[in-house]
Design a protein around this ligand. Sequence first.
Ligand code: ACO
Length: 273
Amino acid sequence: MTETSTNGVVAFDVTDRIAWVRFNRPDKRNAMSPTLNRDMMEVLDGLEFRDDVGVLVLSGEGPAWTAGMDLREYFRETEAKGLAGTRQAQRESYGWWRRLRWYQKPTIAMVNGWCFGGGYGPLFACDLAFAAEEAKFGLSEINWGILPGGGATKVAQELMPFRRAMYHAMTGEPIDGRTAAEWGLVNEALPLDQLEDRVAAVAAVLLQKNPVALKATKDAMRRVGTMSYEDAEDYLVRAQEAANSYDNEGRKEGIRQFIDEKSYKPGLGAYDK
Ligand code: ACO
């Protein structure tokens, strides 16, 4: 059964442990307004720790994935409120993209159509991305006179080879799904009518994996990018050890001895093992 967010601009269904979340402003090509950004955070928040959700897929209603930031509501109307308005709008959009980058469950972008500008934030935030060959991707900021902000320049630079990223940002020329796959923006492109089946099959593979290991793996993949080899090696040892002891009974015992037994104070020493 399809559910919607408070303001109806995000829709979702949970089926067979997959949360299918959709930008739901098809008449505005799913442009990200402040309302949509708030609703998306609400939906992500509600789904993240549900036991019946193992994978989250983000797609769009209608012909767009998302046409980027809403030029009227996100830019013009918030700018009219001064710097405070702009900063609040930024916090709300960057906030849910960040939440998605470090989401507890594996995430897949299913790019069914238009994906512009600010859309690169959630695109990068998803762990994997699959696109319709018919989809169109563009850093269109240059076409209306700004640089690709909100992380979009960083996303292009992270995902694409330098010359392609530079060309993409400086010309604002859209590319189709197949080119997006060739340039590294998405994992694969396939005809729109096969997209959902392929994403469901990938989600099914992820659902077979150990969820603690998946979370550790996806976080590690993002974190090691800026580390030296030595730091990454050390981080990975510790991340694995943390994952091993994720549900370690010891912590619970420590809390029990402090809260229930009142036999020690963690500020002053360790609990009795
Ligand atoms: N912001 C605000 N409204 C938008 C946006 C947007 N980003 N994108 C589409 N809309 C609105 C249109 O204004 C129009 O509204 P209306 O029906 O009230 O007039 C409605 O959505 C439909 O848009 P059309 O342009 O008629 O749809 P079409 O399918 O012909 O074109 C396309 C789709 C190519 C996506 C076009 O709408 C477009 O170029 N949108 C802007 C894309 C863009 O550059 N986004 C900003 C990226 S930069 C950034 O995000 C920071």
